[in-house]
Design a protein around this ligand. Structure first.
Ligand SMILES: Nc1ncnc2c1ncn2[C@@H]1O[C@H](COP(=O)(O)OP(=O)(O)OP(=O)(O)O)[C@@H](O)[C@H]1O
Length: 464
């Protein structure tokens, strides 16, 4: 049923009550129509000012949309962004007032459902096992009608992609420190058998205190039995982001390891320093270039870089994994001249085996550390269902798809070692106020992967 916008302040107040957007204590204190403007828009602005509503809530309510504000014990306060897997909302716990980020799986239909749900649960499983200051914490995963949502640490800051969008590039010392922090989180993940597989500026988020955290373990893959199931679901598909993907991921090589993340981290460092990604072109061209072409000499593009830094980027971007730094800890060591002073790096490192090892000096040459285009796994011909998303950037025209979101049914027995509770949720599906890097997401299937692999094999044979 189409949403009906409130035409009076009384209508607006009735909608607020229906929406469940306010806990009982606040609802009781809600001003009556007599103490608010007659104009519902002005009344809503007054309620925002008095902190009864957030701007996001007010926009939705003024457009007549009142469902979907409650996700389990959380009230949706804002839309933080949207990625390839779903929307991310700012939520506030009703009782505890704690702010969290809630990722709700995008509605999908058909064969894709199962895959998407498996991946979402994998994200929860992967991220919940990780406990590190440079990795976004996962608190909980829950679902309603098989639509899962993930509750994670809310990072009040911006992704490095947003930094790039605003500033163009990042000063070398700052870039080195960001990458060293991310490497610290990755070292922790790699030590536990997880490979992120989609490291890029959009998946590194920096908080107000300068701590960089790895986001979106959605593609993380462990060597566990359960993950072999999802590996089967992923069969034949290339997964990663074309601008940052490692050569081995680009041909969907089996048994990739943490060095694939090191390559993507190198592509991220390149992008932070230069302000553009290593390779241009369409997705296919980028994949082939990651395979075969050396990244442009960074020293030519950016002649004023500190001595030694271009070589580090080049080594991270080596085509052969064996020519790269072999561990994320080695990357941190290499970046030490610029990031060695960072307490954020030191803190993160202390949570890795390397940082805790008494023999770390000899192990990795430690000295001063103390203590877009996403290629998604979707069967050929399958299309993501229409999520009913609309543009929220123009608040006046914004609409929201509320109830009736497609449910994602998992038919594969996946063990999720984090609490899974059945609680009501009506996912609010909207377009973000700013496009996430997931907007660059692309979907390719088996045929594409085979095409690229075939081209590469042909080329290699020819080159010989
Ligand atoms: N824990 C969080 N705290 C604050 N903001 C977040 C958090 N998680 C995600 N966001 C915001 O939501 C946006 C979308 O995140 P998400 O991880 O779903 O997608 P993405 O990484 O941009 O795209 P894709 O998943 O397709 O790679 C991010 O760009 C970020 O702005």
């Amino acid at each position: 049923m189409a949403a009906i916008a409130p035409v009076s302040t009384a209508d607006l107040l009735a909608l607020i009550k229906r929406s469940n957007v306010l806990p009982t204590a606040r609802l009781v204190a809600l001003p009556g129509p007599e103490s608010l403007s007659d104009d519902p828009r002005r009344a809503a602005a007054e309620l925002v000012q008095k902190k009864f509503l957030t701007k996001f809530q007010s926009t939705q309510l003024l457009a007549g949309r009142y469902k979907g504000f409650r996700i389990g014990p959380y009230v949706v306060q804002d839309l933080l962004g949207r990625g390839g897997m779903g929307a991310v909302y700012l939520g506030q716990h009703l009782e505890l007032n704690r702010k969290v980020a809630i990722k709700v799986l995008a509605p999908v239909r058909g064969e894709v459902q199962q895959l998407a749900t498996e991946r979402f649960l994998r994200e929860a499983r992967a991220a919940a096992a990780l406990d590190h200051p440079n990795i976004v914490r996962v608190f909980d995963v829950a679902r309603h009608n098989d639509t899962p949502y993930l509750v994670m640490e809310f990072v009040d800051g911006e992704t490095l992609q947003e930094t790039l969008d605003r500033d163009g590039s990042v000063p070398p010392e700052v870039a080195a420190e960001y990458i060293a922090q991310a490497a610290s989180g990755l070292q922790h993940a790699h030590e536990r058998g997880f490979i992120h597989r989609d490291i890029k500026p959009g998946n590194l988020i920096r908080d107000r205190f300068g701590v960089v955290k790895v986001l979106d373990m959605g593609l993380a893959r462990s060597g566990s039995e359960e993950d072999k199931l999802t590996e089967v679901l992923d069969r034949g598909a290339v997964v990663g982001t074309a601008d940052f993907i490692s050569p081995e991921q680009a041909i969907n090589a089996p048994n990739i390891d943490g060095r694939a993340d090191i390559y993507s981290l190198g592509a991220t460092l390149f992008t932070l320093l230069v302000g553009k990604t290593p390779f241009d072109g369409n997705t296919t061209q980028k994949l082939i270039q990651h395979q075969m072409k050396d990244a442009p000499a960074i020293a030519d593009l950016k002649p004023d870089l500190p001595e030694g830094l271009p070589e580090i980027v080049t080594r991270m971007l080596a085509k052969k994994a064996s020519d790269r730094y072999q561990t994320a800890a080695e990357v941190i060591t290499a970046l030490e001249p610029w990031a060695g002073h960072s307490s954020h790096v030191a803190t993160g490192l202390s949570r890795t085996k390397v940082g805790q090892s008494s023999s770390r000096h000899s192990a990795v040459g430690w000295s001063s550390y103390g203590s877009s285009n996403r290629l998604r796994a979707v069967p050929l011909g399958a299309k993501p269902a229409d999520s009913g998303e609309l543009d929220l950037s123009n608040a006046g025209k914004a609409t929201i798809a509320l109830s009736g979101a497609e449910t994602a049914r998992s038919r594969t027995p996946v063990v999720v070692p984090v609490p899974v509770r059945d609680v009501p949720v009506e996912p609010v599906t909207v377009t973000p106020r700013r496009a996430g890097s997931g907007g660059m997401g692309l979907v390719v299937g088996l045929a594409f992967g085979m095409l690229v692999a075939g081209m590469l094999i042909g080329w290699l044979a020819f080159a010989r």
